[in-house]
Design a protein around this ligand. Structure first.
Ligand SMILES: [Zn+2]
Length: 672
């Protein structure tokens, strides 16, 4: 029988063969696809003809087509629905892929061809997009070590393979700790919890085969528990377990892995001629240098810390009124902040929740895309990799644009967090290839027959990930290497964070925030209170984020710390971290930084992008219409369809006419 992963995916929209495939197909498909890629790469390198853009750069663009097809599918299902078998395959594939990457980088004949084209670039009559792809390809080779020879090249290859092993281990350790911890609640322990927390706790227990109620480390469950439970000892127990993920001294401890990763990254940067990994990494980002990152972060840190310290005093007073002495602790903050929000803004998460139904929020995200970009969505009845995942066809004026898959509920087999990925990216080199885009979230799953209800934070996450999805679905470039979200890391959060703003448009909430039982729209008064409370607790939110970003930056600026936990502590002390706030992601579970290279010395990217998204949404507001069609067309033309076809700054300036300062961001966070 032929392997369904290697066959032509001839079904509707060339979707992966979800119904036919099994975990046993991945390894042979991987072997076959990797061999095929190797053969193709050597044919490109050994081509007797003189190098041309077509026989070298374009040939490289398509060399990994089959491998990307197999791995695009594999990594999606492994991240969203892991099994022991899939985890084993990940451990097996990751160092081998790193080795394959190094083989390409170290292929001197191949690099010589690229270099020859690069030197002759002005005589090749390239289109702008081709010139960009040539520049990026060569730059990628150089930054991967193509100019190194001998022992240094070998050392770099070994480092990359080891890093691949460590990042996989880090991810799997974290998942194991998250899966392994839960706290059963008995009758009295449910005190003070609103219905939605109780139903989520029941549903989480069901998933674990337990009759009763369970709190897990899933953000959508543990955060509301910390907000509402008046039982301080339980809050402490839950928070402590959540904060200890990856640092429990068991087989899944990530602390030694973090130390080794930082060491290897620093060595990698040195081999490539950089002072630090941050200098290496930031060279190709919009920020350009660690200094520019620090300047922005500190501009935000100071007012955020001041706001948080003032809040800490108020919350401590509230705790004293409850007869509790001593200092406000990290497991107290959310509880008293929620209480204070109810008093000061008359806003109660439990009152809000019935209005934020998952299905209505999906419709809202779709409808905004219809109004802005003319997209239409049609639910597909097709088998996927998990029964909770759902698919839609996305069209415009009857033309197929993409398949969108939404996989929204938390489960033990899913990595924590929320993300967007493409099982297939848009490109035109191999025909009119349209993307398959996936949004993964970790919302609490309702018991059977009940509607899924979101927190406002969850709803924002849904819009955020959908903004990334639009970047993929509206992509309109020829070359896959610059398609969709293949842009600078500190630019990639612009479409996603910008899209969150449309959730805040009053008419969107009025139309889509309807009560799960009565169907009534959210009352204007509640909506206004919700929107007025948008900057509530922003000191806390900003402090926990910026502290994480500054620790990430410090970790990668020069000699690696012998003990990252001590180094983390020192950074926080120097910053004057408020005592009742912890980092949003502490080192042992900082997956952004250690589960791969993506956001290493790049966690600041959200804030860098926020400078632009705050300013970009003001561009819509200035027209008086948040759905202004001209502005939407500009956004699509210069940002959403353009991928990495030009420098991020060029794209943004083309959209807005100038680059922004941090004022809109500070205003948006209530710090001005
Ligand atoms: Zn994002």
């Amino acid at each position: 029988m032929t392997n369904p992963l290697l066959a032509d995916w001839a079904g509707e929209f060339a979707l992966p063969p979800f119904a036919e495939m099994s975990d046993d197909d991945f390894a042979p498909a991987f072997e076959a696809a990797l061999s095929k890629a190797r053969v193709t790469i050597s044919a490109v390198a050994e081509n007797p003809e003189a190098p041309s853009f077509a026989n070298t750069i374009e040939a490289l663009e398509t060399a990994d087509a089959l491998l990307n097809k197999v791995l695009g599918l594999f990594y999606n299902v492994a991240g969203a629905d892991s099994t022991d078998k899939r985890e084993e395959l990940q451990r097996e594939f990751s160092p081998r892929l790193a080795a394959y990457g190094s083989e390409i980088t170290n292929n001197t004949a191949l690099f010589a061809r690229i270099e020859q084209l690069w030197q002759a670039r002005d005589t090749l009559n390239l289109t702008d997009e081709q010139a960009r792809v040539l520049m990026l390809t060569r730059r990628g080779f150089v930054r991967a070590g193509a100019q190194l020879r001998g022992a240094k090249a070998e050392e770099l290859t070994a480092i990359k393979e080891r890093l691949a092993v460590l990042s996989t281990q880090f991810t799997q350790n974290l998942l194991a700790d998250e899966r392994g911890w839960f706290m059963e609640l008995s009758g009295d322990d449910l005190e003070g919890l609103p219905d939605f927390v109780i139903t989520s706790a029941k549903s989480a227990a069901e998933e674990k085969g337990i009759d009763g109620y369970v709190i897990t480390t899933s953000r959508s469950l543990i955060v509301p528990f910390l907000q509402f439970s008046p039982r301080r000892a339980l809050r402490e127990k839950a928070f402590t377990a959540w904060a200890a993920r990856g640092a429990n001294g068991n087989d899944h401890d990530n602390r030694a892995i973090a130390a080794e990763v930082l060491n290897l990254r620093q060595r990698r940067a040195e081999l490539l001629g950089y002072d630090s990994f941050a200098a290496y990494k930031l060279e190709t980002e919009m920020a350009g240098s660690p200094e520019n990152v620090r300047t922005l972060l500190m501009q935000v840190w100071e007012p955020a810390r001041a706001a948080a310290l003032a809040d800490q005093d108020k919350l401590t007073d509230m705790m004293r009124e409850d007869g509790i002495n001593g200092d406000l602790q990290p497991w107290d903050w959310r509880y008293y902040a929620e209480k204070r929000r109810r008093t000061e803004h008359d806003l109660d998460e439990a009152e809000l929740k019935p209005y934020l139904q998952l299905d209505r929020m999906i419709e809202a995200a779709f409808d905004c895309a219809t109004r802005l970009f003319g997209l239409e969505f049609r639910a597909l009845d097709t088998p996927l990799y998990h029964p909770d995942a759902r698919a839609w066809e996305v069209t415009r004026n009857g033309r197929h644009l993409a398949v969108f898959i939404g996989d929204y509920f938390a489960r033990g087999s899913k990595r924590s967090g929320a993300w967007c990925s493409a099982m297939r990216s848009q490109q035109k080199l191999a025909g009119d290839i349209r993307p398959i885009v996936v949004n993964i979230c970790n919302f609490a799953k309702p018991p059977k027959g009940q509607p899924a209800l979101l927190s406002y934070d969850d709803a924002r996450t849904l819009f955020h990930e959908f903004g990334h999805a639009l970047h993929q679905m509206l992509s309109d470039v020829t070359y896959e290497s610059i398609s969709g979200t293949s842009v600078a890391r500190d630019f990639v959060e612009l479409p996603s964070q910008l899209y969150e703003h449309w959730l805040e448009v009053p008419e969107v909430l009025t139309r889509y925030a309807t009560h799960a039982e009565t169907g009534e729209p959210m009352p204007d008064a509640l909506r206004n209170r919700l929107l007025a409370a948008q900057t509530y607790d922003m000191g806390f939110q900003t402090v926990e984020y910026v502290a994480s970003a500054l620790v990430d930056l410090a970790f990668h600026e020069g000699a690696a710390p012998a003990d990252p936990m001590t180094a983390q502590q020192k950074v926080l002390e120097t910053l004057g971290m408020p005592s009742a706030i912890t980092m949003r992601h502490a080192t042992p579970h900082f997956a952004h930084v250690f589960a791969g290279d993506g956001y290493s010395s790049g966690y600041y990217s959200y804030m860098w992008s926020e400078v632009m998204d705050a300013d970009a949404f003001e561009a819509f507001e200035e027209t008086g219409d948040p759905f202004n069609p001209d502005m939407a067309a500009r956004l699509e033309k210069f940002v959403l369809s353009a991928g990495g076809s030009e420098e991020a700054e060029t794209l943004y300036t083309a959209f807005r006419g100038r680059m922004p300062g941090p004022e809109a961001l500070l205003r948006g966070r209530g710090f001005l």
